[in-house]
Design a protein around this ligand. Structure first.
Ligand code: HEC
Ligand code: HEC
Length: 250
């Protein structure tokens, strides 16, 4: 992000004929887009853009990316089971859209600030975004989640959520709480965690629990990670989960 000079300045350059300065700025825009893509999108669509079809579609060679307005709206609002990203700024969306439309097998051309503004017009722009440390779960929800976790996840991810399976003959899996989990998931929203998890877990039987069970399990994961309880439960709804970011302890 720091590589981008003031947004307005760099974007103005982009629509002018390419000068050396403009080329430089475009390179930094694409680099910013790549970095954001790897953090926010690659968990489902992969670094190489091949996705994991049919669960997560490929973006490389995907003709839907021709329509830049559609791409921008998909990022902002989500689409089907893709989570929304209401907290990304117009500039961040511009950089991600520019990156995915012009990398891998894609050559769909640049995106302008005007296109981003037009596509986002009338859309709710981000209200205040909260964090997992704001008391977004309840004890009762985490307790339900623990029961569901033991039945559906513990055999692979371990009773302590540390990735050591209960059965020593089974391969280890990623941890679902604490430092290593936080390092990977930091900066993403609970909507990404929810949609990724329900679409792909349990690995041997994805999408086999109810939405309420998935979100209860997430509440349990947060509890094990030390996050505090509050008065309201997490609801199994991507639009509201997208407002809660996974962040290090303040
Ligand atoms: C939790 C998994 C997940 C994450 C994270 C994710 N996506 Fe998706 N994405 C999906 C799924 C699922 C679809 C298919 C949606 C549908 O058509 O129902 C999709 C579809 C798309 C499409 C095609 C939409 C269309 O026009 O048909 C684009 C473009 C896209 N994603 C871009 C992104 C970008 C950019 C990011 C990061 C900002 C991102 N996705 C993050 C799961 C994800
Ligand atoms: C059969 C074994 C198995 C079961 C059961 C299982 N998982 Fe997984 N899980 C895996 C494996 C293997 C991975 C790594 C997948 C990869 O990297 O592509 C994984 C990855 C994950 C991740 C991503 C972690 C990261 O940082 O990359 C989450 C979140 C997750 N599982 C949650 C769950 C939840 C919640 C359940 C129960 C509903 C569950 N898993 C059940 C095997 C399992």
């Amino acid at each position: 992000m720091s590589k981008l000079v003031s947004g307005a300045l760099s974007l103005a350059f982009l629509v002018l004929p390419m000068s050396a300065v403009a080329q430089q700025l475009e390179v930094s825009l694409i680099e910013q887009g790549e970095e954001l893509y790897r953090k926010q999108c690659a968990v489902c669509h992969q670094d190489s853009g091949v996705g994991n079809p049919p669960t997560f579609p490929a973006l490389s060679g995907n003709d839907q990316l021709e329509d830049s307005g559609r791409v921008i709206r998909s990022i902002h609002l989500g689409r089907g089971r893709m989570p929304p990203f209401p907290n990304l700024t117009a500039e961040e969306v511009l950089s991600i859209a520019s990156y995915i439309r012009n990398t891998w097998a894609n050559d769909f051309g640049g995106v302008t600030t005007e296109e981003v503004t037009a596509a986002r017009e009338g859309l709710d722009s981000s209200g205040p975004v909260g964090s997992v440390w704001d008391g977004v779960i309840t004890e009762a929800q985490a307790t339900r989640g623990q029961v569901a976790y033991s039945g559906a996840c513990g055999s692979c991810h371990g009773r302590r959520l540390n990735g050591a399976p209960d059965d020593p003959d089974m391969r280890s899996t990623p941890p679902l709480a604490r430092a290593r989990f936080m390092r990977i998931w930091e900066g993403r929203s609970l909507a990404t965690l929810f949609e990724y998890t329900r679409a792909s877990m349990p690995e041997d039987n994805p999408d086999s629990l109810g939405d309420q069970e998935y979100v209860d399990i997430i509440a349990y994961m947060l509890t094990v990670g030390g996050m505090p309880n509050g008065d309201t439960e997490l609801s199994p709804d991507s639009q509201s989960l997208a407002q809660i970011l996974i962040q290090p302890e303040p």
